[in-house]
Design a protein around this ligand. Structure first.
Ligand SMILES: [Zn+2]
Length: 392
């Protein structure tokens, strides 16, 4: 059935409304959340907000249809990546329509998906749904899928568990059943400063850090040498990376500190703790004794900044089955970028990634979404509403 032009225009207008909020992850998203909440209130749909520790950011959860049973979750993040240093030819926070494309920060990643769901909320609210449709709109996805954990915790503690979750990240409306997990760590190495002319009295933090980095690299090669040959992921093993190093002040000072930011992309059925512990143990047992021989306060301090679960492909899950049934798609694949889907799955809610627009345009200058992609997603959600009116 071709998209009704009115529905498509309503979805575009809502996308424009959401893009106008600068919800770069470092900013509060409350203005957007309050606007969405007021809009839903106007439709008679109540929202649950869960906040970050500072109260400056919030997630929004709502239920349309019967409260007493789990339904279908449409999940999207409200934050966007920064535009700093990018050469935009349009105003990133004002939707610009050119030809068949809509330009703006968050157009494909992923305000259009959120907007399509919101633009259809009036139809959902009057449709007499038998299976409820939930919205889960999060903060701080782009900095490590942080906000969504509080939605999931709230749902698990207080609400009937939904049967399926659709995370509308840009997949060009292809069905994606898996992604690797992401872990990010920051390690501070503390040494003892001194004059470089007499290294005997100092403990060089950069040198110690370099040994840890070499160990991470060796471990990464060891893992790569044992790939999971039947894995759909490319590469078919967990990877380790050192991303940032920061230490030292001058050529003639023994550096006291060195900070390393490192991380892993973990296969969904691999255990990141195993690698984390090997790295920790190497620092404690092999590297620290040399430092502590100079001064006991020296050593390695590791902080885990992000631990976002991967999505394990489940071809027969309720989420995959539903999207296949509604779209006629009969294949699913996996992606390498991180999403919130694994956080839902880990809590017992089957999830897939399925949304409009291409990841190729995400995070870049002149980010856009094709109007045609939006139309396909509108069609899909209209079909979902029809299904939810009669399903049991
Ligand atoms: Zn995204």
């Amino acid at each position: 059935m071709p998209t009704s032009p009115e529905r498509l225009e309503r979805a575009i207008a809502m996308t424009e409304r959401l893009i106008a909020f600068d919800t770069t992850s470092r900013n509060s998203n409350l203005a957007l959340i309050e606007d969405v909440k007021a809009y839903l209130d106007g439709l008679g749909i109540g929202s649950r907000l869960t906040y970050d520790d500072g109260g400056g950011k919030a997630n929004l959860w709502c239920t349309i249809g019967p409260e007493e049973r789990g339904g279908i979750v449409l999940s999207g993040h409200t934050d966007v990546v920064p535009v700093d240093g990018q050469e935009w030819t349009t105003d990133p926070f004002s939707l610009t329509r050119r030809g068949g494309k809509l330009y703006g920060r968050g157009a494909c990643d992923m305000k259009a998906f959120v907007a399509i769901a919101l633009s259809l909320a009036p139809e959902m609210a009057t449709a007499d749904l038998k299976v409820p449709i939930h919205f889960a709109f999060s903060y701080d996805e782009e900095v490590g899928c942080i906000g969504v954990q509080r939605i999931v915790d709230d749902v698990v503690a207080n609400l009937p568990l939904p049967r399926a979750v659709i995370v509308g990240e840009p997949t060009s409306m292809k069905l994606i059943g898996g992604n690797k997990g992401t872990r990010i760590y920051k390690t501070r190495v503390t040494g003892v400063p001194g004059h470089s002319s007499d290294p005997r009295h100092g403990a060089n933090a950069i040198t110690a850090a370099s040994r840890m980095i070499a160990f991470i690299d060796d471990l990464g090669q060891e893992i790569a040498a044992n790939p999971q040959t039947d894995s759909p992921f490319d590469p078919p093993y967990t990877t380790l990376t050192v991303g940032v190093i920061d230490g030292g002040t001058a050529h003639n000072i023994i550096p006291e500190f060195c900070d390393i930011t490192w991380g892993m992309r973990v296969l969904p059925d691999d255990d990141g703790d195993v690698y984390e512990n090997r790295i920790r143990n190497y620092c404690t047992e092999v590297l620290e004794p040399t430092l502590k021989a100079i001064a006991p306060h020296t050593g390695f301090e590791h902080r885990k900044l992000v631990d976002s679960a991967g999505l394990r492909p489940e071809h027969e899950s309720a989420a995959e089955t539903l999207v296949r049934q509604l779209t006629g798609l009969n294949q699913s694949s996996v992606v390498s970028f991180g999403t919130e889907a694994g956080t839902f799955q880990r809590a017992g809610m089957p999830a897939v990634i399925f949304g409009p627009g291409s990841i190729d345009q995400a995070h870049k200058a002149d980010e856009f979404i094709a109007v045609d992609q939006m139309a396909q997603c509108v069609d899909f959600m209209v079909d979902l509403i029809d299904w939810a009116k009669t399903a049991d």
